[in-house]
Design a binder for this molecule. Structure first.
Ligand code: 13P
Length: 229
């Protein structure tokens, strides 16, 4: 199973280091065989002595240059970071990243051999139109994306389930992952209010290969409770 923690705009450089010390100890002591990823904010990226994969939540498709406020691969290379989240709904919705920009980022980081956790997810009004509309919407988010890329992991995160405390139901996750699996033969993560209380149920669903966790990952005890479930 894959357990990925997306800190979003939470944690500092100092608290990220403390977090990783705690989580690393638990992962090592438990001889954990799962793949564990942590995506801290850009300011907390660093080299860490840990078996946990550290990834970037975002970067601009450039090595360096004049892109005020952005980081490129030069800043990621400094810490040996070769994993990135692309297409998160918060970047699509709040930061207005179009499918074209998302696809451009994907091509850039693929070209450089990054492992990519590619996020897709539908808004509530699409979910309310039923399964067929959901799948159509999700498949459109693969436009311009090479779904055969060997280092691709897909994260299905229904927007209405993110940060709301309301996870998708087992049936909704099962049917969506089953349909996605027919188009994309890559590991499929679920994300959206995954937490210790529902993790067993979620990872028990067919075609779910792991979870991408926001809120419940911010405390290392809570995140490890999920990993060890
Ligand atoms: P929550 O776990 O807080 O719902 O966030 C999910 C998410 O967006 C992870 O990328």
């Amino acid at each position: 199973m894959i357990f990925a923690a997306n800190f979003k705009t939470n944690h500092t450089r100092k608290s990220t280091r403390e977090y990783l010390e705690v989580l690393t100890q638990k992962v090592v002591d438990s001889a954990c065989k799962d793949a564990v990823y942590v995506f801290p904010p850009a300011t907390a990226l660093d080299r860490f002595e840990t078996p946990i994969v550290i990834g970037a939540q975002n970067a601009y498709p450039t090595t360096n240059g004049a892109y005020t406020g952005e980081i490129g691969t030069e800043q990621l290379d400094e810490f040996g970071i070769k994993t990135i989240l692309i297409g998160h709904s918060e970047r699509r919705e709040i930061l207005h990243e179009s499918q074209e920009i998302v696809a451009e980022k994907f091509a850039f980081f693929k070209e450089r051999g990054f492992e990519i956790i590619y996020c897709i997810g539908e808004p509530l009004e699409v979910r309310e139109q039923g399964d067929e509309a959901v799948i159509e919407y999700l498949l459109a988010q693969f436009e311009g994306i090479d779904t055969s890329y060997e280092k691709l992991i897909v994260a299905y995160e229904p927007i209405w389930a993110i940060g709301t405390g309301r996870s998708a139901t087992v049936e909704e996750i099962a049917s969506t992952h089953k349909a996605l699996r027919q188009s994309v033969e890559k590991p499929l993560l679920y994300g959206g209010s995954a937490k210790p209380a529902n993790i067993r149920e979620i990872i028990g669903i067919d075609n779910v290969d792991g979870v991408l966790v926001g809120s419940a990952s911010l405390d290392p005890e809570s995140f490890f409770e999920m990993i060890s479930a």
